[in-house]
Design a protein. Sequence first.
Length: 185
Amino acid sequence: MANKIKGLTIEIGGETTKLVKSMGEVNKHSKDLSSELKQVDRLLKLDPKNTELIAQKQKILADSVTTTKDKLEQLKEAEKQVQEQVKKGEASEEQYRALQREIIKTEEELKKVEKAAKDFGGNLTQSLKNAGEDMKAFGGKVSDAGNKMMPLSTAAAGALGGIVALGVKAGQSADEINTLSKQTG
């Protein structure tokens, strides 16, 4: 954040604090997310289909969008307060302009992060759609093969039924022979 806005004091959540201090936590979280995203991107280059890394990237991008929106909201709230301070002579025009530049910078960051999230989500959606179409085509081929096998399986079932019937008859014949041999000694 620019040195020009370090001296500004604003009220956030009922507490009067220095602008830079109040933005510090948001900026730190934003930097941490950016660093984590770089690590995930590096690993995705090695294994682009790793579902865990893809899920992490999606979550990080969503968190980055939320964090940047929060930062922008805080800056816009601070802008209103600094505008009043400039009117009262408590803040300089230079500080106000520096704050406006910070807002513009944050808006551009937000656009960039939203575009990255949208592009990644779009690529992910397209990949999932392609995978779904591939699975559908595979299912169609399996179904076609099953339909071609159906007459064979009907014939096989008939043959199997005949074999079972012969087996039952053979078993009955064996029982009859066994009974006959017992009777005749």
